[in-house]
Design a protein around this ligand. Structure first.
Ligand code: HEC
Length: 109
């Protein structure tokens, strides 16, 4: 009985884990101690957004290459030295794994 439950859990872990990227990414993006993206960006589903940055929408058509999004989150000052957007990767506000989860989320917008 127990072994069967474990086997079932192992079988279902794959797809469930694959889907957790965007959900984790949304949490990290909205978390004020993490991405805090809503301070500057309007994002569907987020409360009290700021308007310092552009609304984040149609991201996948705007940036089909996810590497571009990883670069923007890691260090936007490389693309725009004048930007006020924090270099989340360079400053280690977010780990590489957290940045990847947020990129998964951005691609759903
Ligand atoms: C302090 C304000 C600020 C914060 C916080 C911030 N951004 Fe930005 N972001 C900007 C600004 C301003 C731009 C406009 C481009 C530039 O300045 O280079 C931008 C641009 C972007 C772009 C490109 C959008 C486009 O339409 O081209 C993406 C994607 C993005 N930000 C994602 C995020 C994510 C995800 C977070 C949270 C992890 C975040 N930003 C946090 C200010 C911010």
């Amino acid at each position: 009985m127990r072994a069967a439950a474990v086997a079932f859990a192992m079988l279902t872990a794959g797809p469930a884990a694959a889907q957790s990227g965007p959900a984790d990414g949304q949490k990290l993006a909205f978390d004020r101690g993490k991405g805090n993206c809503l301070t500057c960006h309007e994002i569907t589903g987020g409360d009290l957004p700021g308007t310092i940055g552009p609304k984040l929408e149609n991201i996948k058509s705007k940036y089909p290459d996810r590497g571009d999004l990883v670069a923007i989150l890691t260090d936007e000052t490389r693309r725009n030295p004048q930007t006020v957007m924090p270099p989340f990767g360079r400053n280690r506000i977010l780990t590489e794994q957290e940045i990847n989860a947020i990129v998964d989320f951005l691609q759903t917008l």
